[in-house]
Design a protein. Structure first.
Length: 475
């Protein structure tokens, strides 16, 4: 038996939570204690009657000790053995008369006290063990839930040291992450996110990172990290959920590649078609065939539409590849708006009202800003279903020019108001589904405005209408 095992054997505190209660040890030890007392009485003090005090003390001690060490079982064995020993003393010392009577009374009285103490302490010990066990089970249950979650889990303490990780996280990063240390330097971007959560004590959502695995393969992860507080509101840990989004990302890249290729392939035939239709238009105009005129002008409308879609596809792919270029110029925004409205007014019976305050000059890519305004205005026409006027306004606010386009149309729900600026996002409700479109316009508009250091946003209520705004810096 090693010294550590000996200590666990002797010290009942180290046995807390261990529900192995012994019959044997209390019985044998108590018995040996009584033999020692007998030897002491007969051979050391040489007075067989000198056992009273030692027997009482030994019984108390062993009852309390074994109740604490071996639960109810230990307490009862020690106390019963003590009473038996007292009767043995009465018998072996040949007590008679009053002595015998009081001896039996005292033995029974002490016996009841020992039993009560042994039972009570033993019961308490077992209660504590049950509590400890329940707590341990709860911990194991929680840990096995965390282990088997289909996402990576990373928990660090309030200093950024890793306290816990689950299997899934190792699988995602293709590496064993060491617990008890800070994150290795190859995950420095992830580490800085966690540090930010620790410093600001605020949740960070959907942070995406590229990480190179040991085999040089890149993979993409998304992290949501939250600070964890104890009952008293004291910050104690940061918990992060890590998702592997490599497949989604690769899919997206393939889709981008496809858009890129398709739009470039479509560009060439489109250019030729435009040339042909123009020369056809010229020819037909001199000819007075009404039917032919009608066919050609409709063809022209359809080809223009196709051209717009292809242009948008090209823009999306330019944004994706970082090739959207601008050529900036000083021009009068108010004049440009007026011209654009004039052009669009010809395509609709709905009234477009322009409210402006004086001339406003900006430095921007005129064509691209024109593209944003056209998109917002044609959306307003498209999604208002011929209801109400469309109002466009231009204002000066501190350091910005602010343009707004309002309609009284179908409106956009709160949850969709952020998403409509995403690539290829269209509101999926049955009403919106009936309008043609690809969901590219606002995505392109947002990119154009963002690249001009401006902002674009929407205020809207379902069924009531929408107002789109964009701001551009005046300087
Ligand atoms: P598209 O109009 O080609 O679908 P956009 O990017 O211009 O693409 O618009 C994205 C989505 O935003 C549209 O599909 C539509 O659901 C919504 N939307 C845009 N403008 C308006 C508007 N003025 N009123 C209501 N919904 C709008």
């Amino acid at each position: 038996m090693s010294s550590k095992e000996l200590i666990t054997f002797i010290n009942p505190v180290t046995r807390l939570g261990n529900k192995k209660y012994s019959y044997f040890t209390p019985a044998v030890t108590t018995f040996i204690a009584f033999i020692i007392i007998e030897i002491y009485a007969f051979f050391i003090v040489k007075d067989p009657l000198a056992v009273g005090m030692p027997a009482i003390i030994s019984a108390f001690v062993s009852t309390i000790y074994f109740a604490f060490r071996d639960g109810i079982r230990g307490g009862i064995i020690a106390s019963l053995l003590s009473v038996l020993y007292y009767f043995y003393i009465i018998y072996s010392r040949h007590y008679v008369g009053d002595q015998l009577e009081s001896g039996i009374q005292v033995s029974l009285f002490l016996g009841v006290i020992y039993l009560a103490i042994g039972y009570l302490i033993g019961w308490l010990r077992q209660r504590v063990d049950n509590l400890i066990e329940r707590e341990a089970n709860e911990k194991i249950r929680l840990q096995s839930i965390l282990q088997q979650l289909p996402v990576g889990v990373l928990i660090t303490n309030n200093k950024g040291k890793i306290e816990y990780i689950n299997k899934q996280l190792d699988l995602i990063v293709g590496n064993k992450i060491a617990v008890g240390k800070k994150l290795a330097s190859q995950y420095s971007t992830v580490y800085s996110t966690i540090t930010r959560v620790i410093n600001n004590k605020k949740t960070l959502s959907n942070k995406e990172f590229v990480i190179e695995r040991a085999d040089k393969r890149k993979f993409y992860i998304r992290i949501n990290a939250s600070p964890i507080f104890d009952k008293n509101g004291k910050f104690m840990a940061a918990a992060s959920i890590v998702d592997d989004i490599t497949n989604d990302r690769e899919m997206e890249l393939r889709k981008d590649d496809f858009i890129n290729m398709a739009s470039h392939e479509l560009k060439t035939p489109m250019t030729s078609m435009n040339l042909y239709i123009s020369s056809l238009e010229d020819k037909v105009k001199s000819n007075r065939n009404k039917k032919l005129n009608y066919v050609v002008s409709n063809m022209k409308i359809q080809i223009d539409r196709l051209q717009r879609i292809i242009n948008e596809l090209l823009d999306v792919s330019r944004i994706q590849t970082g090739k959207l270029a601008f050529s900036k110029d000083y021009f009068r925004l108010d004049q440009m708006l007026e011209e654009t409205i004039g052009m669009l007014q010809e395509t609709t019976k709905q009234k477009i009202i322009f409210s402006k305050r004086g001339p406003i000059k900006i430095n921007a890519d005129r064509f691209r800003i024109y593209q944003v305004v056209t998109n917002l205005l044609s959306n307003a026409i498209k999604y208002s279903g011929r209801k109400g006027d469309i109002v466009i306004s231009l204002k000066r606010a501190k350091k910005d020019a602010i343009v707004s386009v309002s309609d009284l149309g179908i409106g956009i729900s709160k949850e969709n108001q952020i998403k409509i600026f995403d690539k290829l996002y269209q509101v999926g409700d049955s009403v919106e589904k009936t309008y043609p479109g690809f969901g590219m316009g606002l995505y392109i508009a947002k990119e154009i405005i963002k690249r001009h250091k401006g902002k674009i946003w929407v205020e809207s209520e379902k069924e009531k209408g929408s107002t789109f705004y964009f701001s551009l810096p005046l300087k």
